[in-house]
Design a protein around this ligand. Structure first.
Ligand SMILES: Cc1cc2nc3c(=O)[nH]c(=O)nc-3n(C[C@H](O)[C@H](O)[C@H](O)COP(=O)(O)OP(=O)(O)OC[C@H]3O[C@@H](n4cnc5c(N)ncnc54)[C@H](O)[C@@H]3O)c2cc1C
Length: 219
């Protein structure tokens, strides 16, 4: 258990992104930590969004619950307690991965993509990222930049509440046809987002014959 000082705090899509001053503890891309504020015993799990080493970052949707209503009041320079790392799931330098994220489910996946990019790992990494619209999409600009700069990474955005002219975007919730269109021959799958979405997609992938599916869901 360690206390960290908030270096900056900013909005990114539907989330608030918190960055800390001190070096992160050791973790593997995809793992999570327990966060709490000094003087209050409420703790919640949050995926670590930064890649191992360097910055320490979390992206949190402020839902007005027990902990998020406290986190929402924090300012630059305030202290926060971080425990961890936790989580069996982590990326282990595989050269192919199919990711599907919804909303804040992007947190462990951007950690992995940042790691792949930083370490120049070559392969086939595809992400389908589902959100209501462009405005609510977390890390949209960074994800577009990652795809542009890294030939091993492909990002497919899909929007459920708004239709856009851009032909590169999918429309609507992730469904079986969409999975089939982008899955190719990828063997490893990681799903992260709302529990209902994750469970539904796991079933669809099983129908498509994909067996190695890791997942994490919340909300
Ligand atoms: C492994 C793991 C990793 C997680 N990583 C992240 C992350 O990176 N970013 C993140 O924002 N959250 C993440 N979560 C969810 C987080 O742990 C909390 O559950 C969430 O922030 C709500 O906590 P709270 O104390 O504010 O709400 P609570 O007081 O626990 O709940 C209050 C109400 O809000 C509702 N609620 C809870 N979560 C959501 C939601 N996401 N959207 C809408 N309503 C909700 C609940 O159903 C409840 O009715 C993760 C959860 C797990 C298990």
């Amino acid at each position: 258990m360690r206390e960290y000082t908030i270096k900056n705090i900013g909005e990114n899509g539907e989330a608030t992104v918190l960055r800390f001053i001190e070096e992160p503890f050791e973790f593997r891309a995809g793992q999570f930590a327990m966060l709490s504020v000094p003087g209050n015993e409420t703790k919640r799990a949050y995926s670590i969004a930064s890649s191992p080493r360097g910055e320490f970052e979390f992206c949190i949707k402020m839902v007005g619950g027990k902990l998020t209503s406290l986190l929402n009041k924090l300012k630059k320079g305030d202290r926060i307690i971080v425990e961890g790392p936790y989580g069996e799931y982590s990326y282990k330098n595989e050269d192919n991965y199919f990711f599907v994220a919804g909303g804040t489910g992007i947190a462990p996946i951007i950690s992995i993509l940042r790691h792949i990019h930083k370490k120049k790992i070559k392969g086939n990494f595809v992400l389908i990222y589902s959100n209501k619209n462009i405005e609510s999409t977390i890390y949209m600009k960074e994800l577009e930049k990652l795809e542009k700069e890294n030939k091993s990474i492909k990002i497919v955005f899909t929007f459920t509440k708004e239709a856009y002219e851009n032909k590169r975007y999918e429309k609507g919730r992730v469904n079986k046809e969409m999975l089939k269109r982008h899955l190719g021959g990828i063997k490893n799958v990681f799903l992260c987002g709302p529990m209902v979405m994750v469970q539904n997609l796991k079933g669809l992938l099983e129908e498509l014959g994909v067996k190695r599916v890791s997942f994490e869901g919340w909300g």
